[in-house]
Design a protein around this ligand. Structure first.
Ligand SMILES: CC(C)(COP(=O)(O)OP(=O)(O)OC[C@H]1O[C@@H](n2cnc3c(N)ncnc32)[C@H](O)[C@@H]1OP(=O)(O)O)[C@@H](O)C(=O)NCCC(=O)NCCS
Length: 218
């Protein structure tokens, strides 16, 4: 299955690495290159895969599946929804050194990085990033387009709303719920529920900003 990677930045190269390792391990995926609208990237190679041009070139390049490899949740959501509307098929990138309980359901187009752990009963939405070394304990519900940043730990029964970003090294205590499109600062400790569309930081985490879906401050 030929896979086009949407995006060619740092996160996209992590995704490429995961797909190549899956291929080495016998999975039926063959990454063929990146598409990115940044003109300075065109013609470059990362992990020996070429940047083939702008995202619109998707229609010209034979492929069976895509993955959106852009860190920003809003941009990743928009591109994912637009491609889904166009009938594209999405691959899920799961690093061979991620540990996922057998009953865990992972949505299409999600990326599970090296060292990530997901324990039983958890449900991971579509187009999610579980970044390097993050842990998602039992019976979590991780919404679509969420990014769980590197080294973040979620206790059992945590609920993360659609599009939320849980910053690098944060901890979310068991049973806590974080609303859609909220942003949790690096190294925060979330010890109680947080609403949608807020930025919270610190230990314990306190709301420092409210914003809209686009991330703009109200
Ligand atoms: C919390 C965060 C979103 C705030 O970013 P911002 O909206 O641009 O806010 P600012 O940088 O203007 O900071 C606002 C205040 O919060 C404080 N602050 C920022 N980040 C903080 C953090 N992680 N923990 C504690 N306080 C923080 C700032 O010192 C500042 O305090 P002040 O008003 O007393 O000076 C950001 O700093 C952060 O931690 N992002 C996480 C990034 C991440 O992990 N990405 C994943 C990459 S893989």
């Amino acid at each position: 299955m030929r896979v086009l990677i949407l995006g060619a930045g740092g996160h996209a190269q992590v995704v490429a690495d995961i797909l190549l390792r899956m291929q080495e391990n016998g999975a039926p995926v063959a990454p063929i290159g990146y598409l990115d609208d940044n003109p300075t990237l065109k013609g470059q190679h990362f992990l020996e895969l070429p940047v083939l041009g702008d995202v619109v070139r998707l229609v010209d390049i034979p492929h069976e599946a895509v993955i959106v490899a852009i860190g920003n949740n809003t941009i990743r959501q928009r591109l994912f929804e637009s491609l889904r509307h166009q009938g594209e098929h999405f691959v899920t990138a799961q690093h061979p050194h991620a540990i996922i309980a057998p009953d865990v359901n992972i949505g299409i187009g999600s990326t599970i990085c090296a060292g990530a752990i997901v324990n039983p009963g958890s449900v991971i939405g579509v187009n999610v990033i579980l970044n390097t070394g993050s842990t998602v304990d039992h019976h979590n519900r991780i919404g679509d387009h969420v990014h769980i940043a590197p080294g973040t730990h979620l206790g059992g029964d945590v609920v993360i709303g659609e599009g939320a970003l849980i910053g690098i090294g944060a901890t979310v205590m068991p049973g806590c719920q974080i609303g859609a499109w909220s942003v949790i600062g690096a190294a925060a400790l979330v010890h109680r529920n947080l609403p949608a569309c807020v930025t919270a930081a610190g230990a314990p985490a306190r709301v420092i900003k409210q914003h809209n879906h686009e991330g703009g401050v109200i």
